[in-house]
Design a protein around this ligand. Structure first.
Ligand code: FAD
Length: 289
């Protein structure tokens, strides 16, 4: 099933994310993760793609397992920076052969020292979206950043580039994690003002340990609201309490989003089905409302 058809059904959707282990790590654990997340019956499961294609084979294997063994639509991430058109072409053909119809088209983070060598090289995600659309019947998603992408000097310009991705054929957007819903609502207003009309899935990260938070802020420049900082300061040294507080915080964020008409929620599950389970249990009646 195409994700855009799910999102257009005007009902609440909850999706989860899985990331493949590094190539030298066995897939045993990930089978249990897929099984655990599948039992929560998410509307779709996204599978990330290692920088520079380092886990590309595994993205495909996991997406296949999600669809064929668990009957859940898979969203295969695909990055284009530092990949040739031939490699991308091959990956898209392989996805097609395995009936994977949903792709999240990303640029990826630019590897250190990388410079494009030919005008044919991919520099931005919109070029990948255009390429995918020439390959036939894919449903294509792309990333968006409520606080602006870290490399972009202004939020205004970032939205212009987002519009370019949508005009290149992107069917829906999934947001970077955010911890302050007001930031997301303001972003939605800016996209509407720019004429962006595709569904936007809200990305929620349950933060359940303090080292995770440091990494997130370094990588994405995400701002932590005072209320969240207070939780971290108080509970960071108490792992069980931090986990409980992180789950409660993510649950509250989701309830507020749904109450304000945001129907599509994506959980950055970090390969932890037990955390996702606690959140879905907290939302059991809300997700049916
Ligand atoms: P783009 O949309 O190409 O934007 C990159 C930068 O270029 C931005 O600053 C933008 O403002 C600017 N820009 C865009 N178009 C133009 C233009 N025409 N001219 C000038 N500047 C422009 N990374 C992975 O490696 N694997 C994953 O699986 C993965 N999954 C992700 C899932 C989600 C939901 C999100 C939010 C991010 C994910 N990432 C992943 C991270 C992502 O690859 C990085 O954030 C990357 O730096 C940007 O990718 P993008 O597709 O948003 O790039």
């Amino acid at each position: 099933m195409k994700i855009i058809d799910l999102l257009n059904q005007n009902k609440i959707t909850l999706s989860c994310e899985i990331f493949p282990p590094k190539p030298d790590v066995s897939l045993d654990h990930i089978h249990a993760v897929i099984q655990g997340i599948s039992t929560l019956c998410p509307d779709f499961i996204s599978v990330t793609y290692g920088a520079g294609g380092s886990t590309s084979k595994r993205t495909l294997e996991i997406a296949q397992e999600v669809q064929e063994e668990h009957g859940i639509p898979a969203l295969a991430h695909l990055t284009c920076v530092a990949s040739s058109r031939i490699q991308i072409d091959h990956t898209l053909r392989t996805l097609q052969e395995h009936n994977i119809k949903n792709v999240l088209a990303l640029r990826g983070d630019i590897p250190e020292g990388h410079t494009p060598t030919s005008p044919w090289d991919f520099q931005y995600a919109y070029q990948l979206i255009e390429e995918i659309k020439t390959h036939g019947d894919f449903c294509v998603g792309a990333a968006c950043y409520p606080e602006g992408h870290v490399e972009c000097p202004s939020k205004e310009r970032d939205i212009d580039y987002l519009k370019q991705k949508v005009e290149s054929g992107c069917d829906f957007l999934t947001s970077q994690m955010f911890f302050d819903n007001t930031v997301f609502y303001q972003f939605l207003y800016r996209t509407l003002a720019k004429g962006i009309r595709v569904p936007i899935v809200a990305g929620i990260m349950p933060v359940t340990n303090s080292s995770q938070i440091r990494r997130i802020c370094q990588l994405s420049g995400t701002v932590l609201p005072a209320r969240f900082k207070a939780i971290v300061e108080r509970f960071a040294d108490h792992p069980d309490a931090m986990q409980q507080a992180g789950i409660a915080y993510a649950t509250e964020q989701i309830i507020d989003l749904i109450a304000n008409g945001v129907n599509a929620i994506h959980l950055y599950t970090m390969n932890k089905p037990e955390i996702a389970r606690k959140i879905t249990e907290n939302l059991s009646d809300i997700l049916q409302a």
